[in-house]
Write a protein that binds this ligand. Structure first.
Ligand code: NAD
Ligand code: ZN
Length: 276
């Protein structure tokens, strides 16, 4: 570890340890070391192949049955993103976030990822604002089910769909939980994130360019209320200049180092507490 990264890691640990309520905002960069490419930035799928059509949700509403057929095909396909998502396992960054949560340091994670890796690593307090690829959701009542459970109850879907399946609770339209371009983020997710950002006095922003709204609005809220930012990213972002500490490097190395530094801070506190 270079001296600069070591200094920044210690500064990050001190900032976090001095905070009352810490939340995290994370994005695709967290899962890069699990083999899932990001969309933006170096090696990003959009950087290589261009941006996809932005009217996905409009097309879904016009023809849900075609969406279901395409979704089933995509899940089985070998395109770069589908295959990476299927094969990915949590990396050291996910494990470090779960550890920070179990230490009582991190109170909530707002994730823009859809890959389910936070839960596989053991995190519990997570809001996935862009949904979760392992779930389906009713766009009318908001109910969610694990994909496998829903498909088990609709065996016809495992091979082919004639029409789109209906919600067993309200008869509404069911789609994959992943939020599409043009689709509003479910209101319950946004309300949870707003509540968390209001409580927070420190945001750990990791593996995200934080340029997409509403995600970018949460650290802005915390900054406006006088809170602090700790950033982990391989590149500079619009929040870098507001950060109290910046760990410029891969999340799979920087976050475990932050955990170690925080453990040292809490051991020191515990030792001081034991002094007569
Ligand atoms: P983004 O804008 O958050 O960009 C990724 C960020 O990660 C960049 O700032 C990049 O510098 C940083 N980064 C790359 N490798 C890193 C590493 N090893 N450690 C730390 N930081 C690293 O996200 P995006 O790629 O533009 O994706 C847009 C949206 O698409 C996401 O919000 C998400 O909804 C979806 N997406 C999800 C996944 C996933 O679930 N794993 C992957 C790609 C895209
Ligand atoms: Zn419903």
């Amino acid at each position: 570890m270079t001296t600069d990264i070591q200094t920044q890691t210690e500064r990050a640990a001190q900032t976090i340890a001095a905070s009352r309520y810490v939340i995290a905002l994370v994005g695709a960069g967290i899962s890069v070391e699990s083999g899932i490419p990001p969309f933006r930035g170096k090696g990003g799928l959009w950087t290589k192949h261009g941006e996809p059509p932005m009217d996905g949700y409009e097309r879904f509403l016009a023809d849900p049955a075609t969406h279901w057929r395409q979704m089933l095909e995509r899940r089985a396909s070998d395109d770069e993103f589908s295959q990476a998502l299927r094969e990915a396992r949590p990396n050291a960054a996910h494990v470090a976030l779960a550890r920070l949560e179990s230490m009582g340091v991190l109170r909530h994670t707002i994730s823009q990822n859809i890959d389910n890796l936070h839960f596989e690593a053991g995190s519990v307090a997570v809001t996935e604002i862009h949904g979760n690829r392992t779930k389906v959701r009713c766009i009318d009542c908001g109910a969610r089910w694990p994909w496998s459970e829903f498909v088990a109850e609709h065996p016809e879907m495992a091979s082919d769909v004639e029409g789109a399946p209906a919600c067993p609770q309200c008869g509404g339209v069911v789609k994959g939980d992943t939020v599409m371009f043009g689709e509003p983020i479910p209101r319950a997710f946004l309300a949870e994130c707003d509540a968390q950002a209001e409580l927070a006095d420190c945001v750990l922003i990791a593996g995200t360019s934080a340029t997409v709204y509403p995600a970018a609005a949460f650290p802005e809220m915390v900054l406006r209320a006088g809170g602090t930012i700790v950033e982990v990213n391989t590149e500079e972002t619009p929040f870098s200049r507001h950060a109290s500490a910046t760990l410029r490097g891969p999340a799979g190395q920087m976050l475990p180092a932050l955990v170690t530094a925080l453990e040292a801070v809490s051991n020191t506190k515990a030792m001081k507490g034991n002094l007569p």
